[in-house]
Design a binder for this molecule. Structure first.
Ligand SMILES: CC(C)(COP(=O)(O)OP(=O)(O)OC[C@H]1O[C@@H](n2cnc3c(N)ncnc32)[C@H](O)[C@@H]1OP(=O)(O)O)[C@@H](O)C(=O)NCCC(=O)NCCS
Length: 178
């Protein structure tokens, strides 16, 4: 094994400047959080991340069981924020997921924003992120934050477009086969 270091950005936003929630396009609908939808979040997360760089950095994202366990962990945390946790559905399918938690400093922290590959570049990721950030705001939070892999160019661009700015650079060490 060897150790690889992945550069990640912590990005923050003043929630006062986040747009009001945006309606979904025709045919899509919001699904709010309760425990009965945990497996849908886990399945969409798996579909979104399994082929992405983040699944190398966080191996649980590349396995369905790992995504179920991750969802249980997030939803059981004391700082879990159901108001910032959403699915997007289309018919009987689920196509987008995001979760929110309060971090140790009281900021709203976005977890695992994902849109399945088939419906990317339609504005759903932007709409889902705005929906989640408004959930933090309704809960009285003033700032939001997230962490993103620096090489995830599309995600970094989306976050910058919405007003997130880099607050810190971090390096994540990952054991990898030689
Ligand atoms: C990052 C991710 C959530 C973005 O989701 P998305 O639904 O594709 O995001 P959007 O459609 O809102 O924005 C993506 C692009 O589509 C464009 N777009 C938005 N609405 C559009 C529309 N109606 N027509 C055409 N293009 C549109 C946006 O301008 C943006 O373009 P840009 O990247 O050149 O700036 C998605 O790519 C994903 O799930 N990636 C894998 C998981 C991941 O890495 N998540 C982030 C972890 S930090």
């Amino acid at each position: 094994m060897s150790i690889a270091y992945y550069k990640r950005f912590r990005m923050e936003i003043d929630l006062e400047f986040v747009s009001a929630p945006i309606p979904l396009p025709a045919g899509y609908r919001w699904v709010s959080w309760d425990w009965s939808v945990l497996e849908y979040h886990a399945w969409v997360k798996f579909c979104c991340f399994r082929t992405e760089l983040d699944a190398r950095i966080f191996p649980c994202l590349g396995e369905h069981d790992g995504c179920i366990q991750l969802m249980r962990d997030i939803a059981s945390r004391r700082g879990f924020v159901p108001e910032a946790t959403w699915l997007i559905a289309r018919g009987d399918d689920y196509v987008g997921t995001v979760q929110g938690v309060i971090d140790y400093s009281g900021m709203g922290m976005i977890q695992n924003l994902g849109i399945v590959p088939e419906v990317r570049n339609l504005g759903l990721g932007t709409t889902l992120l705005i929906q989640s950030l408004n959930g933090f705001r309704r809960c009285g939070m003033n700032r939001g934050m997230l962490e993103v892999t620096a090489d995830n160019i599309g995600a970094v661009r989306l976050y910058r477009r919405l007003g997130f700015r880099r607050a810190r650079t971090l390096y994540r060490a990952v054991d990898e086969p030689k």
